[in-house]
Design a binder for this molecule. Structure first.
Ligand code: FAD
Length: 553
């Protein structure tokens, strides 16, 4: 074993850089400040952060908890809101040719006798397993549909931080998130240098020896983490690591983004809305103070000007006077995220596309895996190989799942949607799985990697898209109809209690989520009838997991 690292240098002060700094400072060193590597973050005063990336996955809940950040403080500092689902609208059409909708929620459904609820739904609720099944399937086991319809917060006023009736995560202001993580990291000892890295100096082995800073001169490095965004200044540019494009798999290569006021600030949806447009899709991310929105599109099918026109027309008066900016999107990943003594994190390591809000999560996972594979000053190649293998699998996992949304669309109204369905490359495993799933519902063993997207969420999307319409599963005869009915009755009886005391998210956040006289356990909570699972608390491990944050399902 070689000598321990003396220093870790992070270049880039976007959410990836500050997340890495805060995490490694918290877990990568002993409490005794004399031990462990010195952590420095260098950030250009001239190159702004990308400033988008405002929806997250449940790993963010665990991250805040592990960094010891209070949830109410986080809401206050980043204008954050709850997200209980991604709400897909117009990604496919129902039997009448009308835009269909579904919710991709953050809890795994329970199983009955070891089989997914999806199997029972397909077998015994086949009349409902149509192209508009998205909502009815989720209702079978979760109160999220009612929470979304009521624009409710998933937690009652006065309940402790990080607990909820259903799984949730957050939307936040990306710039404020980076600033908050910066305060956390610097207040706990991370050194911050505002300067430009003008040159990356390599030694005779091709390792990064030092960085030439415009103002401060030479900065020697041990381990360097490249968080320089799409530029990829160190790993891609200086070390020459090739970028493997996913352009053949995913059509979108640009986004028109803009921040707009709320239509009605008294109503804040607890969802990221993803609405199919003519040549891509629109994200709608509500914060307490504004809405972040954008049109993610393919330049092969629409020009920048036309995309901006479509986006602004969709929002009408709500976007009056707002000027969208265009962001080019490079989808794909570096061949190896860790080369010699340099690890790329965040956009410099790759990007799938904004759908499913996976990018910040992938930075989070990346830094957790780096913590697990942390090298000595010998930079053991086996550790880099292990890390690179996991990261490649994760990228492919996310790419495949994101492709599912596009490939299964049935829209006939635009050339873009036809191409998204028919003219993109699919991995062999993806094709094989679709054939398998014509006969049975997805299981984790079908998937090469399930860090984030396991079988239940595949089942949910397939069901929502009508994939199982008129299907007869071979396993149907082994399922107990009476057990399913018993389950549904229990769910039905439990649902009012699950919803009791939940209040509108706007009202909840106005009060910072704190207990307010008269609201606890009643107040203006909704009492909606119908179905749901036993309540799901978000489980929070006390220590970081080398496997990464909470699995989506
Ligand atoms: C349209 C769009 C929507 C998105 N939506 C989501 C979402 O909903 N959820 C999600 O998780 N992710 C989303 N993402 C991705 C998300 O924006 C990024 O993952 C996240 O912001 C992290 O960015 P970053 O820190 O890697 O890079 P950046 O924010 O670009 O930061 C780069 C940093 O590097 C510094 N830098 C660069 N070169 C140098 C140099 N030579 N010297 C010194 N410093 C340098 C810059 O100053 C800056 O501080 C979205 C991306 C796009 C394009």
């Amino acid at each position: 074993m070689g000598e321990p690292l003396r220093s870790i240098t992070i270049v880039g002060g976007g959410s990836a850089g500050w997340l890495a700094a805060a995490f490694l400072n918290r877990f990568g060193k002993a409490k005794d400040a004399k031990q462990g590597p010195e952590i420095t973050l260098i950030e250009s005063p001239n190159i702004p952060i990308i400033g988008v990336g405002e929806a997250s996955l449940p790993g963010m809940v665990m991250l805040l908890h592990q960094l010891g950040i209070s949830e109410s403080e986080f809401f206050k500092q980043t204008d954050a809101t709850f997200k209980v689902a991604a709400h897909f609208i117009n990604w496919h059409h129902d039997e009448k040719g009308q835009p269909a909708e579904f919710l991709n929620i953050l809890n795994a459904p329970p199983s009955i006798d070891g089989r997914q609820i999806a199997d029972y739904f397909v077998s015994f609720d086949s009349a409902r397993a149509t192209a508009s099944a998205g909502m009815s399937y989720v209702r079978t086991f979760s109160p999220v549909v009612e929470i979304v319809r009521g624009n409710l917060a998933p937690r009652r006023p006065g309940q402790p931080d990080f607990t909820g009736e259903v799984g949730y995560t957050y939307h936040f202001d990306a710039t404020k998130l980076a600033a908050m993580l910066k305060d956390v990291a610097t207040s706990r000892g991370v050194k911050h240098i505002l300067d430009d890295v003008d040159n990356v100096n390599l030694d005779e082995r091709g390792f990064v020896k030092s960085l030439s800073l415009r103002g401060r001169g030479e900065h020697p490095v041990d381990l360097v983490i490249d968080c320089t965004g799409f530029r990829g200044s160190i790993l891609q540019q200086a070390l020459g690591e090739p970028f493997e494009s996913y352009a053949d798999y995913l059509l979108n290569d640009r986004a028109a983004v803009v921040q707009i006021p709320h239509k009605d600030p008294r109503v804040i949806a607890p969802t990221t809305r993803a609405t199919g447009f003519s040549a891509g899709w629109n994200f709608n991310i509500p914060l307490t103070t504004r809405v972040g929105t954008g049109y993610v599109f393919s330049s092969k099918f629409i020009s920048d000007d036309k995309a901006i026109e479509e986006l602004l027309a969709y929002y009408g008066d709500q976007a009056k006077g707002c000027e969208p900016r265009i962001i080019p999107i490079k989808t794909g990943r570096v061949r190896k995220a860790w080369v010699k003594n340099c690890v790329a994190l965040g956009l410099s390591s790759g990007f799938i596309e904004p759908l499913e809000a996976t990018a910040i999560f992938m930075s989070d996972v990346g830094v957790r895996w780096l913590y697990h594979f942390m090298p000595t000053r010998d930079f053991e190649p086996e550790l880099a190989a292990g890390y690179n293998r996991q990261i490649s699998r994760l990228y492919e996992e996310v790419r495949n799942f994101v492709q599912l949304h596009y490939h299964l669309n049935n829209r006939q109204d635009s050339a873009y949607w036809k191409a998204a369905r028919e003219d993109v490359k699919l991995s062999d495993r993806f094709r094989e799985n679709l054939e398998i799933w014509r006969n049975t519902t997805p299981q984790d063993i079908d998937l090469d990697s399930t860090v984030l997207f396991g079988a239940p969420v595949y089942s949910l999307v397939l069901l929502a898209k009508g994939f199982y319409k008129d299907a007869r599963l071979a396993t149907a005869s082994s399922l107990s109809r009476s057990a399913y009915e018993r389950y549904r009755n229990e769910v039905h009886d439990a649902r009012p209690n699950q919803l009791k005391g939940l209040i509108g998210q706007a009202e909840f956040l106005k009060n910072g989520g704190k207990a307010v006289g008269g609201l606890l356990g009643g107040g203006r909570g909704v009492d909606l009838p119908s179905l749901g699972p036993t309540s799901t608390q978000i489980r929070l491990p006390a220590q970081p997991q080398s496997r990464g944050p909470a699995k989506r399902r």
